[in-house]
Design a binder for this molecule. Structure first.
Ligand code: ZN
Length: 106
């Protein structure tokens, strides 16, 4: 898929390539429905998009942009938390054991 679709960041309202944005989805089980970070941007259902920076995420929460985007009452209390937790993790490269420390056997 090489379609470059434009999406609007609900934080700063800038329209940009979706590859530069992160996706949020609404969990549709129990109200108030939680907003969840859709890491792979592949979950089905309605999505909302923000830039991958805290300012935009924070702005989206402050403006209640998630509720507006999903046209529903949402629990966005953990949104910033999720975003921060995401940053804490190195993401791509997972430190899998001490690989090069055990290579000094004679
Ligand atoms: Zn933004």
């Amino acid at each position: 898929m090489k379609l470059h679709q434009q999406r609007t960041c609900i934080g700063c309202r800038t329209s940009t390539d979706r590859n530069e944005l992160i996706r949020w989805v609404l969990i549709d089980n129990a109200p108030p429905r939680a907003v969840l970070l859709d890491v792979r941007a592949s979950a089905s259902g309605r999505g909302a998009w923000t830039h991958e920076n805290e300012k935009c995420v924070r702005q989206a929460v402050q403006r209640k942009a998630f509720a507006r985007a999903f046209k529903a009452q949402v629990d966005d209390a953990s949104v910033l938390e999720q975003f921060t937790a995401r940053e804490d993790r190195p993401g791509a490269s997972r430190p899998s054991g001490s690989h090069d420390e055990s290579g000094s056997e004679i």
